[in-house]
Design a protein around this ligand. Sequence first.
Ligand SMILES: C[S@@+](CC[C@H](N)C(=O)[O-])C[C@H]1O[C@@H](n2cnc3c(N)ncnc32)[C@H](O)[C@@H]1O
Length: 230
Amino acid sequence: MLLPGYRSIWSLICKTQEQSFRSVVARVSFYENWQQSVRTPSLLGWILAVQIGDAQALPFESGSFDFVFCRFLMEYLPDKQRAVEEMVRICRVGGKILLQDLDGQLVWHSPEDPELQQTIERVANRLASTGFDPFVGRKLFNLCFEAGLAEIKVQIDPYHLYAGTIAEDQLDLWQTKLAIAKPQLEKALGSDEAAVKYTERFLGYLRRPDTLTYSCLFTVSGTKPARSKI
Ligand SMILES: C[S@@+](CC[C@H](N)C(=O)[O-])C[C@H]1O[C@@H](n2cnc3c(N)ncnc32)[C@H](O)[C@@H]1O
């Protein structure tokens, strides 16, 4: 994502160990005098700085980045519109915003296992109160529109696609993902036992030779217009 012509970029890159609801946000910049918590000289003269922050209240000045992007974040945020507006706020006029998120993750399977599907919907409904939305991909366009972006472009690509027994390396990823989500699953399903049972059933479904699981990746980009309201 280090694009020629862009001098400063903001991106949400990963979570911290201490506060799972917050992320390390990175500022990639040519400017050497920027105050930062960590600074690492990187290739091609770029400077990478990282800073802890909440995407719904970014710790950066307005108009200070040429390019702002985030991936797989909106699906978890309680206030998605505010987060997109924050991305627009820290972007300069004429700068670009890019968001990527999934649609259908966890929930799209065929043929459906009725018991599993019911549990998935129960979990998704319970997690909705935390901001979780497995169908956020399709909503990115409107979030960008409401934030006043111009020249909005939308692209959809397949992301998860398991037709038949899932490959071992992919299964490992799902195991990890479900292990991370276990505290939430316990809350949603009421007990440790129920969370373990759901996890086993989900992984068992992915191992089946007769099932298809899929999701789509939405990539939405736009430009901050001269008369931005934000
Ligand atoms: C699925 S991970 C995506 C990580 C990375 N962006 C990527 O593409 O692989 C979602 C990340 O969102 C972070 N997150 C959740 N709520 C947040 C918030 N309010 N502000 C900033 N980050 C948040 C989590 O800590 C987690 O690291």
